[in-house]
Design a protein around this ligand. Structure first.
Ligand code: PXG
Length: 464
């Protein structure tokens, strides 16, 4: 196969990138010394870089390319839509066919009475919508004091000022004046790192009951909503103990608290159902969606809103919206993506083939001396690296030192497997085959072996 690399040498492109391109979540000074890896094309589950390396993308881009790369149908639909109606807005009492059709399709797929869609350009924007919508909802119901949104530490809900405030990433809150007022964070259900001597199920209950404690402390008349990812993604694929979500649901039902499920990663097949809320048995009032909605082929996000909440919001002008809310090209692409997910029974492939196979191989990684726990739900998994499994010990080095070494080994072995602190995470395209999963595991194991050798050589196998 002829591999098309680039019209310019890698070094020249890297120099231009370093000179002009500010990367997100990156120490750009450091990167410009090193040079960014340049991805030139992709097909199926594989990326090609400017040096011609074929890389297995076990992160599906940034958790989003659910149907895999290279689906020409989406390109066709985008081109057709651009010719027909490249842009029109959905303000001022207008609409267009792609937005209508996509909203109707999402309403059909979403569970319960989640029948109403407010479009955004991304997950961050959608969560900003949610902040304003839930507060406005309570104001319209005559309870304007219900403005506090409870979220969790180490949650990720986006990077705008609002959504970044909802998120519980301390590194983000430390920069740029976040969080905004009336956001409250409780602890996460991360048993491996924080469960101490408790059995996981007891720990799950204890962490869920922090929600109740927070509601009672703040006052029920102050709390508007609780927001959480069914399974925390960017926080390190933290799968909660089974006891956690039923207790959260009970608490939200007991008090007058709206439940927002952030489905940006879990949605559109990632957990084996259309929504993570179905897999984890959650009944949200609002869902945040993005990423897998278009498999990342076009930027689009949104909020799926219950009939109850939508009917209250409909009683007033909601002074909120984005130029690209329901963008026709993005909406048409998303609709085609949903067609492919549905008609090719990709969720069936996840449930019956890919997820069971991956689970078996993934959990076997705990045989490796570096791997403490392995957790996986559908097609999102994590392993905790540790110097001492029995003690569930953290490394003596700064969190992320070991994870970074492992990630560098993965990159060198043509595998995109990320690290969050000292956890390694995967979220491959849903269409990955068992043969490709074998390659993934083979490269991951080789990388773990090399990482282990490097830790030994550098005397980094010490416990905190
Ligand atoms: N909610 C969740 C659960 C997410 O994972 C967002 C909201 C925000 O979506 P946008 O489209 O505004 O990025 C996300 C995004 C990482 C990483 O390092 C994860 C995300 C974004 C960037 C980096 O894993 N998730």
């Amino acid at each position: 196969m002829t591999v098309i690399t680039n019209h310019m040498p890698t070094a020249e492109l890297q120099a231009l990138d370093a000179a002009h391109h500010m990367h997100p979540f990156t120490a750009n000074g450091e990167l410009s010394q090193k040079g960014a890896r340049i991805i030139t094309r992709a097909d199926g589950v594989h990326l090609t870089d400017s040096e011609g390396h074929q890389i297995l993308d076990a992160m599906a881009g940034l958790w989003c390319v659910n149907i895999g790369y290279g689906r020409g149908e989406l390109a066709e639909v985008a081109a057709r839509q651009m010719r027909e109606l490249p842009y029109y807005n959905t303000f001022f009492q207008t609409t267009h066919v792609p937005a209508i059709a996509l909203a109707a399709k999402i309403a059909e797929l979403a569970p319960g009475d989640l029948n109403n869609v407010f479009f955004a350009g991304s997950g961050s924007e959608a969560n900003d919508t949610n902040i304003r919508m839930v507060r406005h909802y309570w104001a319209l119901k005559g309870k304007p004091s219900k403005s506090v949104i409870i979220s969790r530490k180490n949650a990720y809900h986006g990077s705008s000022v609002g959504s970044g405030s909802l998120g519980g990433m301390s590194g983000m809150h430390a920069q740029g004046g976040m969080p905004i007022p009336d956001i409250h964070h409780i602890n996460q259900p991360n048993w491996w790192a924080e469960g101490g001597d408790m059995p996981p199920e007891d720990f799950g209950l204890q962490r869920a009951r922090e929600l109740e404690e927070a509601i009672l402390e703040l006052g029920e008349d102050r709390v508007a909503a609780f927001i959480a990812e069914p399974v925390q993604g960017a926080g390190g694929v933290i799968v909660p103990p089974d006891s956690y979500w039923p207790e959260i649901q009970r608490i939200c039902d007991k008090y007058e608290i709206l439940l927002i499920a952030d489905e940006v990663i879990c949605g559109f097949g990632r957990t084996g159902n259309w929504f993570g809320s179905e897999t984890l048995n959650i009944r949200p009032d609002i869902m945040t969606i993005a990423k897998g909605l278009s498999s990342g082929y076009a930027p689009i996000g949104g909020s799926i809103v219950s009939d109850e909440v939508a009917s209250v919001i409909a009683g007033d002008e909601f002074n909120h919206g984005y130029t690209y809310s329901g963008h026709p090209v993005a909406a048409a692409v998303a609709l085609e993506n949903l067609r492919i997910l549905e008609e090719e029974n990709i969720l069936g492939h996840v449930r019956d083939v890919a997820a069971p196979y991956l689970k078996q191989k993934w959990e076997a990684l705990t045989d490796h001396p570096l791997v403490g726990e392995a957790r996986i739900v559908g097609m999102m998994g994590s392993i905790a690296l540790t110097p001492n499994k029995e003690a569930r010990a953290a490394f003596a080095s700064d969190a992320g030192t070991v994870g970074y070494i492992c990630r560098e080994r993965c990159f060198a072995n043509n595998l995109v497997m990320r690290h969050v602190g000292d956890r390694m995470i995967i979220s491959p395209p849903l269409v990955i085959t068992p043969e490709q999963i074998d390659v993934l595991i083979e490269r991951a194991t080789k990388s773990l072996d090399e990482c282990y050798a490097e830790l030994k050589a550098q005397d980094l196998l010490r416990s905190a």
